[in-house]
Design a protein around this ligand. Sequence first.
Ligand code: HEM
Ligand SMILES: *[C@@H]1O[C@H](CO)[C@@H](O)[C@H](O)[C@H]1NC(C)=O
Ligand SMILES: *[C@@H]1O[C@H](CO)[C@@H](O)[C@H](O)[C@H]1NC(C)=O
Length: 492
Amino acid sequence: MLHFLWDSISLQTFLIFLFVFLLIADYMKNRNPKNFPPTPFRLPFLGHIYLLDFKDPAVTARKLSERYGDIFGMHMGSMKFVMVNGMRLVREVLVNQGDKFMDRPDIPLDKEVFSKIGLISSTGHLWKAQRRFTLTTLRNFGLGKRSLEERIQEECRYLGDAFRDEQGNPFNPQFQVTNAVSNIICSLIFGNRFEYHDEDFQRLLKLMYEMTVLHGAITSQLYNSFPSIMKYLPGAHQTIFKNWRLLKNVMQEQINKHKEDWNASESRDYIDSYLLEISKDHDSDTFREEHLMACTLDLMFAGTETTSSTLRWALLFMATHPEIQARVQAEIDAVIGQARPPALEDRNNLHYTNAVIHEVQRKGNVIPFNVPRMASEDAYVDGYYIPKGTVIMANLTSLLFDKNEWKTPETFNPEHFLKDGKFWKNDNFIPFSMGKRSCLGELLARAELFLFFTSLLQKFTFQAPPDTTLSLQPVVGIAMAPQPYKICAVPR
Ligand code: HEM
Ligand SMILES: *[C@@H]1O[C@H](CO)[C@@H](O)[C@H](O)[C@H]1NC(C)=O
Ligand SMILES: *[C@@H]1O[C@H](CO)[C@@H](O)[C@H](O)[C@H]1NC(C)=O
């Protein structure tokens, strides 16, 4: 009987039947649950990939948020996303109901790279233990203490020397700035810094930078939607995997070196302290060498490109706003002078400079949509149902550029952070995100930004090279960096 049925349908009928079946299966699998936030029309199989403008994802997103308001959904492959805009809902998700959105999603590309261990992508008990240990250890090595401040000041001197060597000629500051910033983390993690002309280290930094840029590439996005197919195809995602393996090798070498001359009664740096924790952690699997590797790479990764991009935005904004730069320099000259290096204590007296640094972070908007979170249980936000497993993106841009909170959101304007000539912090300033899973390195990053920025402006005036207009268009990647540019650092 079955045999007869099979014989009687043509191949064509069979294919049509198969297609309809897959279409229904796709619909059943991806249909929105009741009360899910508004979602634009989704293509069968492809989801909302058609909405992505790969050159500028922000454009697509703007169209959606204009149409759907403060909360809307999207599908990429088989994953559901919800984008949240505005302080009320962002606070709801990150703080008020923060415990339900504390996890990181299984985005295929990130899963492959970060493998759910370490600091950035682990969850639950493992994340808590790694984060607590890291915060304590960084504090012991001087986060919020004098010793770290001195290390940053020393690095400021090296960076100033490197800039002076350029003799006021146009140069691209990217790799020197990145090296300087990265050295601070390196000295915390491995206890040493790297010379700016160390080629091995420069190569390492390039690999890391490349990874952040490649993240935005079409093939990387396709990998996230169709990992099982893209796994076999060439593209940016393969370069990311290759770079990550290389970074791991370098880190393994450092860990091995530390193991060789490790002394339990004397921790020199983060790796030493972690090795001690591993030696104490007999019963559980929380502290393991594999996790140490992940944590160190996460610190390098999270702490380097973000801070470096912000500083490169700062130089760019100074060169494009000479009158603001002159006011910063006048304030530095009046409060610090030229005889001694800036110290963190000076922050309280450098109101205008501090406002400028905050404005650089606001306008630079280095992490526009926060690092994705995931609902670890079913939740309701603004009356909408968010099922467990939904990816939550908090649109930090919507806070940093909110028309109701900032006088001139689209313009670089330090007055946003001044009241009666004194520094004043706006509540909508949250470039480091908020809640229990906000940036672990905020204190360190703010110390670095202040000391690097003031010590550079104490010694140099930044100018566009002759006959050049500097672009303020960002490169879209994980972090929004300025496009590579050349600038003149004219000694004062
Ligand atoms: C201007 C510089 C920086 C910015 C704008 C920035 C911003 C952020 C943001 C938005 C997040 C996501 C938080 C969330 O999910 O809610 C984050 C996470 C993180 N940041 Fe930063 N960051 C900066 C510098 C640093 C530095 C210097 C370090 C190194 C110590 C660092 C380490 C981390 C780590 C480890 C995480 C993951 C935290 C976790 O998942 O628990 N960041 N950062
Ligand atoms: C994020 O907020 C900005 C500023 O309000 C808005 O222009 C943009 O469209 C928003 N993006 C998304 C994806 O909601
Ligand atoms: C380990 O460090 C302690 C304390 O600084 C020191 O007394 C001891 O000699 C060191 N041991 C070795 C093997 O270096």
